[in-house]
Design a protein around this ligand. Sequence first.
Ligand code: UDP
Length: 141
Amino acid sequence: MAIERTLSIIKPDAVAKNVIGKIYDRFESAGLKIVASRMAHLSQNEAEQFYGVHKDRPFFKDLVNFMISGPVMIQVLQGEGAIAKNRDLMGATDPKKAEKGTIRADFADSIDANAVHGSDAPETAAVEVAFFFPGMNVFNR
Ligand code: UDP
């Protein structure tokens, strides 16, 4: 399988719970490398742009408000099949439906406050990585 990069965000709920390190451990234990990372408090404009594909969905406003409610930790994960691997580690969008042992099953409270974001395909991964880490801010290691 090809080496890929994917964008991951630890959302405000998980940052507030102080579990950044525990979530990073899931990534590293699964063989994914953190090749860029930064903490940010997103502006409304950034959150609206980032989740633009969902702008017509009923949950869009709440999603944006949640994403700007506190700082987030943003990282690029690199490794074999990184996009699908990260989605497996995350678990289903609704933590009640997420498989045992996944990040969302263990750290998320609800479908809106669901601990993590992860790109869902190569095209979105490329756009999302460039959105938060333009230019040379991602490392090869
Ligand atoms: N979301 C929500 N209510 C819903 C569906 C989605 O609040 O009914 C939020 C949730 O935080 C989710 C995000 O919108 O993580 C993006 O939705 P998507 O379907 O892309 O899920 P994901 O890829 O994050 O699992």
